[in-house]
Design a binder for this molecule. Sequence first.
Ligand SMILES: Nc1ncnc2c1ncn2[C@@H]1O[C@H](COP(=O)(O)OP(=O)(O)O)[C@@H](O)[C@H]1O
Ligand SMILES: [Mg+2]
Length: 246
Amino acid sequence: MKVQNELGDKIATVFRVLGISQYSLLRQQTYLATHPCYGSCVVKFAFTLTTKQQLNTEAVFLHNHNELCWPKYIDYGSTMGMDWLIIEFFDTLCVSMRNFNIVERQKVTKSAEQALHTLHRKGYIHGDIKPSNLIVTLYHEVRLIDLGSIVPIESDYKFCTPSSLTPKFCALNPYLRVGYASPQHDFFSLAVSLQTMWKAHPFGDLSLLDFAKTNGKPEIDDLFSRYQILISKQIKHAKLSTYPHL
Ligand SMILES: Nc1ncnc2c1ncn2[C@@H]1O[C@H](COP(=O)(O)OP(=O)(O)O)[C@@H](O)[C@H]1O
Ligand SMILES: [Mg+2]
């Protein structure tokens, strides 16, 4: 509790130093703030070595690559041992996506694919695609956020610094840390995310590997067929890695 209070005091001081008086917590160390020069923006803080490294990766990437499909870089620095990154804020849809009709689902899917293609053309995969890292705007367009886990395409997972990955949205190779980083790994995570957004997690909140061991049938009926195929192939792959004699 004391640590939390100290952290809160430190964050309040950093905001004062940055000249920001209005802010509210979005999640953990991420705040929505009103910047005196830039208006609404998001301020992300990091205070451990790992989160600082991730924040640095995100800051460098956003600084070097300005695209509509992820937040614009505003500022990055360190105050009293706390690293901070200020980026563009995207207004999101607050309604449940469960009620989206087919046209809206198509629009969201296409927009997410375009955003991923843009990122992949820069030579990186996102590495942590999941519903909370996909912002759906008021116009049903998708923006990618949380770019601190990017991995250069073709990197050998064995030699990558372990980044934050989320087991229940993660493809097999990055989960097992074998093979090479491929755009397909982001598309698999997108498929699992979309099914979760439309209805429910396809593997009942299990990781792909744990689900493959259950021999259950995934809930993928709400997905377009190409994503159903992608998920089915990954389950087969996961079963083969668990039971190689099959
Ligand atoms: N640029 C942004 N626009 C709108 N909301 C954002 C933005 N960046 C982050 N958020 C919100 O804050 C949450 C946490 O931010 P994120 O960058 O994903 O950090 P982390 O998951 O590492 O805590 C997101 O899930 C999202 O709800
Ligand atoms: Mg996130």
